[in-house]
Write a protein that binds this ligand. Structure first.
Ligand code: SAH
Length: 350
Protein backbone atom coordinates (compact mmCIF):
# COMPACT_ATOMS: atom_id res chain seq x y z
CA UNK A 1 0.00 0.00 0.00
CA UNK A 2 1.38 3.42 -0.86
CA UNK A 3 0.76 6.11 1.68
CA UNK A 4 0.79 9.64 0.36
CA UNK A 5 0.27 12.06 3.15
CA UNK A 6 2.15 14.73 5.06
CA UNK A 7 1.13 13.38 8.44
CA UNK A 8 4.10 12.23 10.53
CA UNK A 9 4.41 8.63 11.62
CA UNK A 10 3.57 8.51 15.31
CA UNK A 11 6.40 6.05 15.78
CA UNK A 12 8.94 8.66 14.73
CA UNK A 13 8.25 10.46 18.02
CA UNK A 14 10.23 9.90 21.21
CA UNK A 15 8.07 9.71 24.33
CA UNK A 16 9.05 13.20 25.52
CA UNK A 17 8.24 14.72 22.14
CA UNK A 18 4.88 13.01 22.09
CA UNK A 19 4.10 14.28 25.59
CA UNK A 20 5.07 17.81 24.54
CA UNK A 21 2.88 17.55 21.44
CA UNK A 22 -0.08 16.41 23.52
CA UNK A 23 0.35 19.25 26.01
CA UNK A 24 0.63 21.80 23.27
CA UNK A 25 -2.65 20.58 21.79
CA UNK A 26 -4.39 20.71 25.16
CA UNK A 27 -4.38 16.94 25.70
CA UNK A 28 -3.20 15.36 28.93
CA UNK A 29 0.48 14.41 28.72
CA UNK A 30 0.03 11.05 30.46
CA UNK A 31 -2.12 9.92 27.55
CA UNK A 32 1.07 10.01 25.49
CA UNK A 33 2.40 7.18 27.67
CA UNK A 34 -0.62 5.07 26.87
CA UNK A 35 -0.31 5.77 23.16
CA UNK A 36 3.40 4.96 23.34
CA UNK A 37 2.61 1.63 24.90
CA UNK A 38 0.11 0.85 22.18
CA UNK A 39 2.55 1.54 19.37
CA UNK A 40 5.69 -0.02 20.89
CA UNK A 41 4.45 -2.80 23.13
CA UNK A 42 0.92 -3.75 22.20
CA UNK A 43 1.53 -3.52 18.45
CA UNK A 44 -1.61 -1.54 17.57
CA UNK A 45 -2.15 -1.46 13.83
CA UNK A 46 -4.57 1.47 13.93
CA UNK A 47 -5.68 4.19 16.33
CA UNK A 48 -9.02 2.40 16.52
CA UNK A 49 -7.23 -0.47 18.29
CA UNK A 50 -6.33 1.77 21.24
CA UNK A 51 -9.31 0.80 23.30
CA UNK A 52 -8.42 2.51 26.56
CA UNK A 53 -8.46 5.91 24.86
CA UNK A 54 -11.62 7.95 24.36
CA UNK A 55 -13.19 8.30 20.94
CA UNK A 56 -12.22 11.95 20.64
CA UNK A 57 -8.60 11.27 21.39
CA UNK A 58 -8.54 8.46 18.84
CA UNK A 59 -10.01 10.82 16.24
CA UNK A 60 -7.43 13.46 17.22
CA UNK A 61 -4.61 10.96 16.69
CA UNK A 62 -6.06 9.84 13.40
CA UNK A 63 -6.16 13.45 12.24
CA UNK A 64 -2.55 14.20 13.18
CA UNK A 65 -0.60 11.02 12.70
CA UNK A 66 0.01 8.00 10.57
CA UNK A 67 0.55 4.61 12.13
CA UNK A 68 2.46 1.98 10.19
CA UNK A 69 3.59 -1.56 10.80
CA UNK A 70 5.63 -4.04 8.86
CA UNK A 71 3.76 -6.74 7.01
CA UNK A 72 5.19 -10.20 6.68
CA UNK A 73 5.05 -10.78 2.95
CA UNK A 74 6.37 -14.33 2.96
CA UNK A 75 8.06 -16.83 5.25
CA UNK A 76 10.41 -19.59 4.18
CA UNK A 77 11.36 -22.48 6.43
CA UNK A 78 14.70 -24.20 6.21
CA UNK A 79 15.06 -27.86 7.09
CA UNK A 80 17.43 -26.79 9.89
CA UNK A 81 14.69 -24.68 11.53
CA UNK A 82 15.84 -21.30 10.23
CA UNK A 83 12.99 -19.03 9.15
CA UNK A 84 13.54 -16.28 6.59
CA UNK A 85 10.90 -13.58 6.32
CA UNK A 86 10.37 -10.96 3.66
CA UNK A 87 8.87 -7.83 5.18
CA UNK A 88 7.05 -5.25 3.12
CA UNK A 89 7.44 -1.63 4.14
CA UNK A 90 4.78 1.05 3.85
CA UNK A 91 6.26 2.28 0.56
CA UNK A 92 6.17 -1.22 -0.94
CA UNK A 93 9.90 -1.88 -0.60
CA UNK A 94 11.01 -5.21 0.83
CA UNK A 95 13.67 -6.26 3.36
CA UNK A 96 14.54 -9.63 4.82
CA UNK A 97 15.11 -10.86 8.35
CA UNK A 98 16.01 -14.29 9.69
CA UNK A 99 15.21 -16.26 12.83
CA UNK A 100 18.02 -18.65 13.71
CA UNK A 101 17.00 -21.18 16.35
CA UNK A 102 19.66 -23.07 18.34
CA UNK A 103 19.58 -25.16 21.50
CA UNK A 104 20.22 -22.36 23.90
CA UNK A 105 19.35 -19.28 21.90
CA UNK A 106 16.92 -17.73 19.46
CA UNK A 107 18.68 -15.17 17.30
CA UNK A 108 17.09 -12.56 15.05
CA UNK A 109 19.25 -11.41 12.16
CA UNK A 110 17.84 -8.11 10.98
CA UNK A 111 18.37 -5.57 8.21
CA UNK A 112 19.30 -1.92 8.56
CA UNK A 113 18.91 -0.72 4.97
CA UNK A 114 16.96 -1.66 1.84
CA UNK A 115 19.83 -2.86 -0.33
CA UNK A 116 23.38 -1.76 0.44
CA UNK A 117 25.74 0.93 -0.83
CA UNK A 118 28.83 -1.23 -0.37
CA UNK A 119 30.00 -3.70 -2.95
CA UNK A 120 31.62 -6.56 -1.07
CA UNK A 121 32.44 -9.07 -3.76
CA UNK A 122 31.13 -12.10 -1.85
CA UNK A 123 27.79 -10.75 -0.65
CA UNK A 124 24.45 -11.14 -2.42
CA UNK A 125 23.00 -7.98 -0.88
CA UNK A 126 25.68 -6.01 -2.73
CA UNK A 127 24.01 -6.99 -5.98
CA UNK A 128 20.95 -4.95 -5.01
CA UNK A 129 21.28 -1.24 -5.34
CA UNK A 130 21.05 0.84 -2.20
CA UNK A 131 17.46 2.02 -2.01
CA UNK A 132 17.05 3.66 1.35
CA UNK A 133 17.74 3.57 5.05
CA UNK A 134 15.25 1.82 7.30
CA UNK A 135 13.46 3.96 9.87
CA UNK A 136 13.80 3.12 13.55
CA UNK A 137 10.30 1.64 13.67
CA UNK A 138 11.01 -0.56 10.64
CA UNK A 139 14.09 -1.93 12.35
CA UNK A 140 12.22 -2.44 15.61
CA UNK A 141 9.28 -4.14 13.88
CA UNK A 142 11.54 -6.79 12.37
CA UNK A 143 12.59 -7.71 15.89
CA UNK A 144 8.96 -7.83 17.04
CA UNK A 145 7.91 -10.00 14.09
CA UNK A 146 10.83 -12.42 14.50
CA UNK A 147 10.31 -12.58 18.24
CA UNK A 148 6.69 -13.64 17.60
CA UNK A 149 7.94 -16.41 15.33
CA UNK A 150 10.29 -17.61 18.07
CA UNK A 151 7.38 -17.76 20.51
CA UNK A 152 4.93 -19.35 18.12
CA UNK A 153 7.17 -21.84 16.37
CA UNK A 154 9.61 -22.75 19.13
CA UNK A 155 7.87 -21.65 22.34
CA UNK A 156 10.96 -19.66 23.30
CA UNK A 157 11.63 -15.96 23.68
CA UNK A 158 14.05 -14.20 21.39
CA UNK A 159 17.45 -14.11 23.08
CA UNK A 160 19.78 -12.30 20.67
CA UNK A 161 19.71 -9.73 17.91
CA UNK A 162 22.40 -9.36 15.27
CA UNK A 163 22.53 -6.57 12.69
CA UNK A 164 23.86 -8.91 10.02
CA UNK A 165 21.04 -8.74 7.52
CA UNK A 166 20.89 -6.34 4.59
CA UNK A 167 22.73 -3.07 4.73
CA UNK A 168 25.56 -1.42 6.63
CA UNK A 169 24.23 -0.43 10.08
CA UNK A 170 26.90 2.20 10.71
CA UNK A 171 25.86 4.04 7.54
CA UNK A 172 22.37 4.33 9.03
CA UNK A 173 23.66 5.02 12.48
CA UNK A 174 21.06 7.46 13.76
CA UNK A 175 18.11 5.21 12.98
CA UNK A 176 19.88 2.07 14.15
CA UNK A 177 20.70 3.75 17.48
CA UNK A 178 17.15 4.95 17.98
CA UNK A 179 15.86 1.45 17.22
CA UNK A 180 18.33 -0.10 19.68
CA UNK A 181 17.24 2.38 22.36
CA UNK A 182 13.64 1.25 21.88
CA UNK A 183 14.65 -2.41 21.84
CA UNK A 184 16.50 -1.95 25.14
CA UNK A 185 13.99 0.37 26.77
CA UNK A 186 11.53 -0.85 29.40
CA UNK A 187 8.85 0.87 27.32
CA UNK A 188 9.93 -1.23 24.36
CA UNK A 189 11.25 -4.78 24.41
CA UNK A 190 13.47 -4.47 27.49
CA UNK A 191 16.32 -6.49 25.94
CA UNK A 192 19.81 -6.33 27.40
CA UNK A 193 22.58 -4.63 25.42
CA UNK A 194 24.65 -7.78 25.93
CA UNK A 195 22.37 -9.59 23.53
CA UNK A 196 22.62 -7.08 20.69
CA UNK A 197 25.47 -7.16 18.15
CA UNK A 198 26.06 -4.60 15.44
CA UNK A 199 28.18 -5.91 12.58
CA UNK A 200 30.09 -3.48 10.37
CA UNK A 201 32.26 -3.69 7.29
CA UNK A 202 34.56 -1.27 9.13
CA UNK A 203 33.49 2.37 8.83
CA UNK A 204 36.35 3.81 10.92
CA UNK A 205 34.77 7.20 11.62
CA UNK A 206 31.60 5.59 12.93
CA UNK A 207 33.51 3.09 15.08
CA UNK A 208 35.07 6.12 16.75
CA UNK A 209 31.59 7.54 17.17
CA UNK A 210 30.50 4.35 18.96
CA UNK A 211 33.45 4.93 21.27
CA UNK A 212 32.50 8.57 21.88
CA UNK A 213 28.93 7.49 22.64
CA UNK A 214 30.27 4.71 24.89
CA UNK A 215 27.75 2.29 23.44
CA UNK A 216 27.26 -0.88 25.39
CA UNK A 217 26.05 -3.27 22.74
CA UNK A 218 28.51 -5.63 21.05
CA UNK A 219 30.52 -4.81 17.96
CA UNK A 220 31.54 -7.24 15.22
CA UNK A 221 33.85 -6.34 12.36
CA UNK A 222 33.64 -8.05 8.98
CA UNK A 223 37.37 -8.34 8.42
CA UNK A 224 37.81 -11.24 5.97
CA UNK A 225 41.42 -10.33 5.16
CA UNK A 226 44.10 -8.77 7.31
CA UNK A 227 46.30 -7.23 4.65
CA UNK A 228 45.26 -4.15 2.73
CA UNK A 229 45.84 -5.52 -0.73
CA UNK A 230 43.61 -8.55 -0.28
CA UNK A 231 40.99 -6.74 1.72
CA UNK A 232 40.65 -4.01 -0.91
CA UNK A 233 40.15 -6.65 -3.57
CA UNK A 234 37.06 -8.03 -1.87
CA UNK A 235 35.76 -5.03 0.11
CA UNK A 236 36.12 -1.67 -1.59
CA UNK A 237 35.42 0.09 1.71
CA UNK A 238 39.02 -0.82 2.56
CA UNK A 239 40.24 1.73 -0.01
CA UNK A 240 38.87 4.57 2.09
CA UNK A 241 39.10 2.81 5.47
CA UNK A 242 42.40 0.90 5.34
CA UNK A 243 43.40 -1.49 8.10
CA UNK A 244 45.59 1.11 9.86
CA UNK A 245 42.61 3.47 10.22
CA UNK A 246 40.39 0.60 11.28
CA UNK A 247 42.91 -0.44 13.94
CA UNK A 248 43.19 3.14 15.26
CA UNK A 249 39.41 3.47 15.44
CA UNK A 250 39.14 0.14 17.25
CA UNK A 251 41.79 1.15 19.78
CA UNK A 252 39.85 4.31 20.49
CA UNK A 253 36.59 2.35 20.72
CA UNK A 254 38.12 -0.11 23.15
CA UNK A 255 39.69 2.63 25.28
CA UNK A 256 36.28 4.29 25.64
CA UNK A 257 34.03 1.24 26.05
CA UNK A 258 36.26 -1.50 27.43
CA UNK A 259 34.36 -3.96 25.22
CA UNK A 260 36.20 -6.63 23.25
CA UNK A 261 35.27 -6.99 19.59
CA UNK A 262 34.55 -9.96 17.35
CA UNK A 263 36.21 -10.31 13.95
CA UNK A 264 34.27 -12.14 11.29
CA UNK A 265 36.49 -13.93 8.81
CA UNK A 266 35.00 -15.84 5.88
CA UNK A 267 37.42 -18.46 4.64
CA UNK A 268 37.74 -18.39 0.85
CA UNK A 269 39.64 -21.24 -0.72
CA UNK A 270 43.10 -20.24 -1.99
CA UNK A 271 42.43 -16.59 -1.27
CA UNK A 272 42.67 -15.93 2.47
CA UNK A 273 43.14 -19.39 3.98
CA UNK A 274 46.96 -19.78 3.96
CA UNK A 275 49.35 -19.80 6.92
CA UNK A 276 50.48 -16.32 6.02
CA UNK A 277 46.85 -15.14 6.05
CA UNK A 278 46.45 -16.64 9.50
CA UNK A 279 49.60 -14.87 10.70
CA UNK A 280 48.29 -11.53 9.38
CA UNK A 281 44.99 -12.13 11.12
CA UNK A 282 46.72 -13.02 14.37
CA UNK A 283 48.76 -9.83 14.18
CA UNK A 284 45.73 -7.65 13.44
CA UNK A 285 43.61 -9.24 16.12
CA UNK A 286 46.13 -8.19 18.79
CA UNK A 287 45.29 -4.48 18.44
CA UNK A 288 42.41 -4.81 20.91
CA UNK A 289 40.99 -7.70 22.96
CA UNK A 290 38.98 -9.76 20.54
CA UNK A 291 37.77 -13.11 19.40
CA UNK A 292 37.44 -14.48 15.90
CA UNK A 293 34.49 -16.02 14.19
CA UNK A 294 35.61 -18.11 11.25
CA UNK A 295 32.73 -18.20 8.79
CA UNK A 296 32.00 -20.79 6.20
CA UNK A 297 31.51 -19.12 2.82
CA UNK A 298 28.02 -19.41 1.40
CA UNK A 299 28.18 -19.47 -2.36
CA UNK A 300 26.54 -16.50 -4.01
CA UNK A 301 25.60 -16.41 -7.68
CA UNK A 302 28.07 -14.55 -9.85
CA UNK A 303 30.79 -14.55 -7.20
CA UNK A 304 34.13 -16.19 -8.07
CA UNK A 305 34.85 -17.52 -4.58
CA UNK A 306 34.75 -21.07 -3.28
CA UNK A 307 34.52 -22.54 0.17
CA UNK A 308 37.75 -23.72 1.72
CA UNK A 309 38.01 -27.43 2.41
CA UNK A 310 37.56 -28.87 5.93
CA UNK A 311 41.27 -29.67 6.39
CA UNK A 312 42.38 -26.14 5.55
CA UNK A 313 39.67 -24.73 7.77
CA UNK A 314 40.84 -26.88 10.66
CA UNK A 315 44.48 -25.97 10.05
CA UNK A 316 43.58 -22.27 10.01
CA UNK A 317 41.58 -22.59 13.21
CA UNK A 318 44.42 -24.42 14.93
CA UNK A 319 46.94 -21.73 13.94
CA UNK A 320 44.74 -19.16 15.67
CA UNK A 321 44.23 -21.37 18.68
CA UNK A 322 47.97 -21.99 19.03
CA UNK A 323 48.47 -18.23 19.05
CA UNK A 324 46.19 -18.06 22.07
CA UNK A 325 43.23 -16.63 20.19
CA UNK A 326 39.63 -17.60 20.84
CA UNK A 327 38.30 -18.71 17.50
CA UNK A 328 34.97 -20.34 16.78
CA UNK A 329 33.69 -21.69 13.50
CA UNK A 330 30.28 -20.49 12.39
CA UNK A 331 28.60 -22.93 10.12
CA UNK A 332 25.88 -21.24 8.25
CA UNK A 333 22.25 -21.96 8.75
CA UNK A 334 19.34 -21.77 6.36
CA UNK A 335 21.37 -22.25 3.18
CA UNK A 336 18.63 -24.19 1.42
CA UNK A 337 16.38 -21.11 1.53
CA UNK A 338 19.11 -18.51 0.84
CA UNK A 339 18.81 -17.26 4.40
CA UNK A 340 22.47 -17.66 5.33
CA UNK A 341 24.92 -14.80 5.81
CA UNK A 342 25.40 -12.83 2.65
CA UNK A 343 22.53 -14.50 0.84
CA UNK A 344 19.81 -11.93 1.54
CA UNK A 345 18.84 -10.49 -1.81
CA UNK A 346 15.05 -10.36 -1.91
CA UNK A 347 15.00 -13.33 -4.28
CA UNK A 348 11.47 -14.33 -3.41
CA UNK A 349 10.12 -10.84 -3.51
CA UNK A 350 11.61 -9.64 -6.78
N1 SAH B 1 27.28 -4.65 6.47
C1 SAH B 1 27.48 -5.34 7.69
C2 SAH B 1 26.37 -6.30 8.04
C3 SAH B 1 25.88 -7.25 6.97
S1 SAH B 1 26.90 -8.61 6.54
C4 SAH B 1 28.81 -6.03 7.68
O1 SAH B 1 29.49 -5.99 6.65
O2 SAH B 1 29.21 -6.56 8.70
C5 SAH B 1 26.81 -9.72 7.86
C6 SAH B 1 27.91 -10.79 7.81
O3 SAH B 1 27.70 -11.71 6.74
C7 SAH B 1 29.26 -10.16 7.56
O4 SAH B 1 30.27 -10.67 8.36
C8 SAH B 1 29.47 -10.51 6.12
O5 SAH B 1 30.78 -10.37 5.78
C9 SAH B 1 28.91 -11.91 6.07
N2 SAH B 1 28.72 -12.41 4.71
C10 SAH B 1 28.43 -11.70 3.60
N3 SAH B 1 28.37 -12.49 2.52
C11 SAH B 1 28.65 -13.74 2.93
C12 SAH B 1 28.73 -15.02 2.28
N4 SAH B 1 28.51 -15.15 0.98
N5 SAH B 1 29.02 -16.10 3.04
C13 SAH B 1 29.22 -15.99 4.37
N6 SAH B 1 29.14 -14.82 5.04
C14 SAH B 1 28.87 -13.70 4.33
Amino acid sequence: MLLRTDKPNIRSYALDDLRAFFEEKGEKAFRANQVFQWVWQKHAKSFGDMTNLGKDLRAFLQEHFLITELDVLSEQHSNDGTVKSAFSLSDGKVVEGVLIPADSRMTACISSQVGCSLDCKFCATAQLKMMRNLNPDEIYDQVVAISRQADQKFGQPLSNIVFMGMGEPLLNFKNVSTAIQHIMSEQGLGMSYKRITVSTSGVAKMIRRLGEDRVKYRLAISLHAADNEKRSQIMSINNTNPLEDLADALKFYYAETGSPVTYEYILFRDFNDSEEDARNLIRFSKHVPSKINIIEYNPVEGSPFRQTDPERLERFRRLLENAGITATVRRSRGKDIDAACGQLANKTAS
